[in-house]
Ligand binder design. Sequence first.
Ligand SMILES: Nc1ncnc2c1ncn2[C@@H]1O[C@H](COP(=O)(O)OP(=O)(O)OP(=O)(O)O)[C@@H](O)[C@H]1O
Ligand SMILES: [Mg+2]
Length: 87
Amino acid sequence: MHNQIDQAAGLRKLKKNKPVRVIAITSGKGGVGKTNLSVNLGIAMAQKGQRVALLDADMGLANVDILLGLYPKFNLSHVLTGEKKFG
Ligand SMILES: Nc1ncnc2c1ncn2[C@@H]1O[C@H](COP(=O)(O)OP(=O)(O)OP(=O)(O)O)[C@@H](O)[C@H]1O
Ligand SMILES: [Mg+2]
């Protein structure tokens, strides 16, 4: 286990400084508006002064980048392979 990459290390480091609130948006059915709700909730919270990190955990067809007009060089798969890390 100690040889494996600790993917939660970055989150734990953040938690030490300030409590991190996690909101999971999920559903039992596809296409019901999760991504749109997540983006708009994130924008609303940021406008109220919160620091927001939006994570699209869809490993197949993540599209939050498209909604936000972003062109990321890396995605969640790079974190899982250890190539990149959070924080
Ligand atoms: N409140 C809403 N009213 C009308 N249409 C909506 C609303 N929210 C989302 N939609 C539309 O529904 C479709 C699916 O939205 P969205 O991508 O947010 O759903 P999703 O639950 O994230 O889907 P997936 O399960 O494929 O990730 C999109 O075409 C979007 O424009
Ligand atoms: Mg979605």
